[in-house]
Design a protein around this ligand. Sequence first.
Ligand SMILES: Nc1ncnc2c1ncn2[C@@H]1O[C@H](COP(=O)(O)OP(=O)(O)OP(=O)(O)O)[C@@H](O)[C@H]1O
Length: 566
Amino acid sequence: MPRGNAESKVLESISLDRERANSVAKIKVVVRKRPLNKKEISKKEEDIITIGSNSNALVVHEKKLKVDLTEYVEKHEFLFDAILNEAVSNDEVYSETVEPMVPLIFNRTKATCFAYGQTGSGKTYTMQPLPLKASQDILRLMYHTYRNHGFQLFVSFFEIYGGKVFDLLNDRKKLCMREDGKQQVCIVGLQEYKALDVQKIKELIERGNATRSTGTTGANEESSRSHGILQLAIKGSADGSENKPARLVGKLSFIDLAGSERGADTTDNDKKTRMEGAEINKSLLALKECIRALDNDQGHIPFRGSKLTEVLRDSFVGDSRTVMISCISPSSGSCEHTLNTLRYADRVKSLLKGNNSKKETVSSSSNLRKSTALPLASYFPAETFEDNITDVRSENRFGWSKQIQRDPSSKVDRVPSARTEGNSAVPYSDHFKGQRGDLNSMAEDDFDDYEETYEQPKMLQKTVVDPSTFDGNNSHSDDDLSALLKEEEDLVSSHRRQVEDTMEIVRKEMNLLVEADQPGNQLDDYISKLNTILSQKAAGILQLQTRLAQFQKRLNEYNVLVSSGN
Ligand SMILES: Nc1ncnc2c1ncn2[C@@H]1O[C@H](COP(=O)(O)OP(=O)(O)OP(=O)(O)O)[C@@H](O)[C@H]1O
């Protein structure tokens, strides 16, 4: 083939990659349901998750008891970018999640894939094969499409355990993090291995996996008690030469988060496990706060909320892409955790809608079309690369198109996601009668209508507060974030306690009703007991309402604080 022809093929391929880049959502949320495991089957637990025929809607069928102790099923409906059922293979998970992001990392993008879910829901099972598959694609691009660019691939693998960072490719050496003058976070001494072939990467991944901290939880015998972070970095020198120091071009991070189970699950566990749980919850909440702040286009992203978010800082600024895989167990015994996971995912997804239509509109790809120059120098214009990140960020953070379109080549259909957790109660006897039909009979247009009429909940209302309360200083807002995260934890714990108390009260109430139906019952006694019960109920509700109001106030104040920090 004549040289000119070969070059134009390469150009075409790069330009195609870039066009594809524009159609990759900034944040994509995918749910993966695992099959029932042996333990769940032996306990006769049911599969309570049904997935709609268009693969982006699911229903959780929550079994509940009425006050008169009759059973009924409450349905919770959710929509996401894609829902992968128990028959979906790891290869298909890769195609749906990471594969579209791979070409972007040759063009300055920081892409992140993380798995979220309760312990034993399949996070590690889902995440472990992804880096190797991505490496294969990266090396193919490096050796073919970008073969004259002098790109190099580096692998690092570390974990965050108990708020500390350990190098999984260097005997779990404890590492510390530093922030440079440009607020770039680096992990001092982290080993990065240059990888030339897939075999080398496979060895590194296996070595790191074998070193990870695991423990046993009620739900998983080999549970990850740490956040494992594997990074594939593309580096290159400005003139494509291998002799000059290589600078970061783009990065793909894989994060296998520790289980998201909350306090309720840890009652049987020892103190160490409970402490681990608290630390894990803190970082998961902080991650949510960062994504929330990113979507609100706030100048100040509260990365310091946890070690995890500090480490991820450079993955979220500039031109970034994130795919979150929410892993869920199908079993009735995990219903509460599954709902928590889906609500977390739903919250992340809904942040991208509602008031941000401006941010969601299709961005022009002209900036990419213009730029067809091939030499690596074109990736490093006049300013330094880091300066460039800031520019890209301010111009382009939400200019990216979400463009979730029907992709004929994809095995999974996708439509724009709406935040819909619609609850509907049906008698328990109807549980299996129409659960699939309900979703199957829902045309895609129905979802579109729902999307149009649904009003976005405004978690972070901007209210006016006494400015003297805050000085708009970012370090203060980091302290505030920690306090806020703690309050969120406390609120949820109080809520849980209140529900337990209420159940106890309802039991007393039922007994009282039974007594009241007996012949010759004492009316005075009934009145006095009913009064006590009602007072207890009212006190519980009032207490929780007060706590909730306090938390809402703090949340609003925090929002004002970070907004004023812009
Ligand atoms: N989609 C799946 N298909 C088949 N088996 C699965 C699937 N997902 C998970 N499993 C199995 O379920 C068990 C728990 O999965 P895994 O260890 O990935 O959970 P986890 O969410 O990472 O838990 P933890 O947070 O405790 O580390 C494993 O034995 C795994 O092989």
